[in-house]
Design a protein around this ligand. Structure first.
Ligand code: MG
Length: 378
């Protein structure tokens, strides 16, 4: 079970013209970093490191510095591997987002290996059961199109079983409000409407939009501001009763400890491929559980991270929603490996049953889709 080799694949595919527009710009390509860990006895585990808009750099960090630190360690010792990277890399130079993302994919691959070694699916290894997990329709979808088109996009999702959808806002307050109203009017009070500004709002925008969100019973307002704008979140909290959500850009339990102390962000969204892996998300979920805060993992980009997120949700007691990536033509969900999840007619998903994370990764896909340099949103 000793770690013999760590390989990282920075991978990309172009998005056809007319890609989704949201608070961080227009999508022009998709990137990811897949991490392959092989043990001396030949078990292969796969994990995802979020690309961090620097997928080739993240892959390099994994294959050079981090790999050299942990080769030869016991693959089952996820706590020890985490602690070693923390001691020699993450802790000493401030909380580096790149290192947190790089180590996340390694940690995820090690949990995949552990499951395969004992023949158990990950949810079982984490202390969970094959319980249904409520999903919302999210991912790079439901963007800044006119209200009528937005309803056309949401209609088949609701027909497929989703009882919650996430709209992209952070455009103008007027257009955002028109989109939220249109969806509420089209589908009624039974639908849970969540929103994500992708850091596109000013404090004045939130002051303006909050009364409409309260009136429309919006489930949460996600990332109105960048993660480090603690004072803006605190100010925004006073403008209404719609809960504030964030976490996909908070790294490790050390950044979530500030969130816990502030008592302002009450919906937590750690990303297993960013915040320090499955090991660290379990710690963050435990911190949140002390205050009965639900955990709703952010789950882009690949089916591997999505499947791992469902396992985790089936194993923690403060599970919120699974973010079902309903974006069109996400090859990282549909072609990179075997099917990661399927929405049930009642809006729920189930964790996979195969040992480990349960997604069979196609290395040929990774080789056929090498990294494309440049920004993913313009
Ligand atoms: Mg988001």
């Amino acid at each position: 079970m000793k770690i013999r080799e760590i390989k990282a694949y920075p991978t990309s595919f172009p998005v056809p013209p007319g890609g989704v527009r949201l608070g961080i710009g227009q999508s022009v390509k998709r990137d990811c970093v897949m991490v392959k860990v092989t043990t001396e006895d030949g078990i292969i585990g796969w994990g995802e490191s979020h690309h961090g808009r620097a997928h080739t750099a993240i892959a390099k960090l994994i294959e050079t510095t981090l790999s050299q630190l942990i080769l030869g360690m016991d693959a089952a010792d996820t706590t020890g591997v985490w602690a070693k990277i923390y001691k020699y890399q993450l802790g000493s130079h401030g909380m580096g987002a790149a290192c947190a993302m790089a180590m996340s994919g390694i940690d995820m691959a090690l949990w995949d290996i552990k499951g395969k070694a004992v023949g158990w699916p990950l949810y079982r290894l984490l202390g969970g059961s094959r319980r249904p997990v409520a999903a919302y329709a999210g991912g790079v979808a439901l963007g800044y199109q006119p209200p009528a088109q937005l309803i056309d996009e949401a209609q088949p999702l609701i027909a497929a079983g989703y009882r919650a959808v996430k709209l992209r806002i952070g455009d103008t307050v007027r257009d955002d409000t028109a989109r939220m109203e249109a969806v509420r009017n089209a589908f009624g009070d039974g639908l849970t409407i969540l929103t994500d500004a992708n850091t596109g709002y000013s404090i004045g925008d939130v002051r303006q939009v909050m009364p409409a969100m309260d009136a429309l019973d919006i489930g949460w307002l996600e990332e109105p501001f960048p993660a480090h704008d603690h004072h803006l979140y605190a100010q925004a909290r006073g403008y209404g009763r719609t809960p504030l959500a964030a976490g996909e850009n908070h790294f490790t339990r050390f950044e979530f400890s500030r969130v816990l102390e502030d008592r302002v962000i009450t919906i937590w969204q750690p990303d297993l491929s960013k915040c320090g892996g499955i090991t660290e998300t379990l710690r963050i979920a435990a911190m949140a559980s002390a205050c009965k805060i639900p955990v709703n993992p952010h789950s882009s980009m690949t089916g591997v991270n999505q499947a791992a997120s469902i396992h985790l949700l089936a194993a923690i007691e403060n599970a919120g929603y699974f973010e079902a990536d309903v974006s069109h033509n996400n090859l990282f969900r549909d072609q990179l490996g075997s099917e990661p999840w399927r929405i049930g007619g009642d809006g729920h998903v189930l964790p996979l049953e195969a040992p480990g994370i349960g997604v069979e990764v196609d290395e040929g896909f990774l080789l056929a889709h090498p990294a494309i340099e440049g920004p993913g949103y313009v």
